[in-house]
Ligand binder design. Structure first.
Ligand SMILES: Cc1ncc(C[n+]2csc(CCOP(=O)(O)OP(=O)(O)O)c2C)c(N)n1
Ligand code: SF4
Ligand SMILES: [Mg+2]
Length: 303
């Protein structure tokens, strides 16, 4: 088999989508499917992924794919599992790939139900920290003090004043076998976690930090670098939890101050405009330090 053909066959999320240049989500999905292989059925709610992967007449999906409402992904995934069981089909597995608005907010009740029932679904949240498909409104995954279209920063407002919801820990509290966080900065790590999750049965959850050049505000060739800065600052902790316990963390090799991450994106530029934002930067640093301590992210050399 020639090399080109081999590469084509390995890629289950191909060209033919309309994601923005440098979209972290498109990169993540390609790598998720490399790890699952082709025997999966994917369900995806409304959001950027659905919109950019279903232009009329084209499809990048090389696996069966179902688009459904914004709020009912977990229920649809459960239904597909039930249909496969009824048909005695055990070769395909079901995975949901959904945005943070759908996962953290509007589909949260359905997600909790699916986790509690114990359905055999790998649920993956491609988290870009806001409702991007409709113009960047805040979600409960938006980071503290990010400027969003519904929490715009200005003279009277520092941006979103709430912290990001700690969804992986909430999901783990359901007693599910596997929960992990990943980043597009570390694609081998991402694939490893997806493969590991596929080795379990029951509900599993992976949350992937997927950088968004268009709404976060950075050059499209900086997608992986901005994601890497998030991890290096401690704001995006990468870990695995099995049966509710942290079993593995990705250590930070070179720790950076949060300013370096914040300065890389326009959604935080108000923090450096001289409107007395020093306190807010300190608060964000405290969030990063809390993650570093909670997940023991530093090695002996980086402490
Ligand atoms: C019930 C309902 N409310 C609102 C919308 C409009 N809507 C479509 S996509 C979207 C945002 C999706 O955000 P997210 O899940 O984070 O995915 P992203 O676009 O960021 O990838 C919204 C608000 C809708 N389709 N259905
Ligand atoms: S808006 Fe962001 S998440 Fe959506 S397609 Fe563009 S880069 Fe990707
Ligand atoms: Mg989103």
């Amino acid at each position: 088999m020639n090399k080109q053909r081999l590469m084509r066959e390995e890629n289950l999320f191909e060209s033919g989508h309309r994601a923005c240049h440098g979209c972290g989500m498109a990169i993540a999905v390609r790598h998720i499917l490399k790890a699952t292989g082709k025997n999966v059925i994917v369900v995806t709610p409304t959001g950027c992924l659905e919109t950019f992967s279903s232009p009329y007449g084209y499809s990048p999906w090389r696996v069966p794919w179902i688009h459904h409402l914004f709020e009912n992904g977990p229920a649809i995934a459960t239904g597909v599992v039930a249909a496969l069981t009824a048909q005695k089909r055990d070769t395909e597995r079901v995975i949901a790939i959904a945005g943070d608005g759908s996962t953290f907010d509007i589909g949260f009740g359905a997600l909790s139900g699916m986790m509690e029932r114990g359905d055999d679904v790998l649920y993956i949240c491609v988290d870009n920290g806001a409702y991007m498909n409709t113009g960047g409104q805040r979600s409960s995954a938006s980071p503290l003090y990010s400027s969003t279209s519904t929490d715009p920063a200005g003279k009277e407002s520092p941006g979103k004043i709430q912290r990001k919801k700690d969804l992986p820990v909430i999901i783990a509290a359901h007693g599910v076998p596997y929960v992990a966080t990943a980043s597009v900065a570390y694609l081998k790590d991402l694939q490893k976690k997806v493969k590991k999750a596929m080795g379990y049965h029951g509900p599993r959850y992976i949350q992937i930090d997927t950088t968004c050049p268009s709404v976060w505000g950075f050059a499209s060739d900086q997608t992986l670098e901005v994601a890497r800065l998030g991890v290096a600052s401690g704001l995006v902790p990468l870990f695995e939890m099995e049966a509710g316990k942290i079993t593995k963390v990705r250590k930070i090799k070179t720790k950076i101050p949060v300013e370096e991450y914040l300065k890389s994106q326009k959604r935080f530029r108000h923090m450096f405009s001289g409107h007395g934002s020093e306190e807010e930067i300190k608060t964000i640093q405290a969030v990063a330090d809390e993650n570093i301590e909670k997940y023991a992210l530093l090695t002996k050399d980086t402490q």
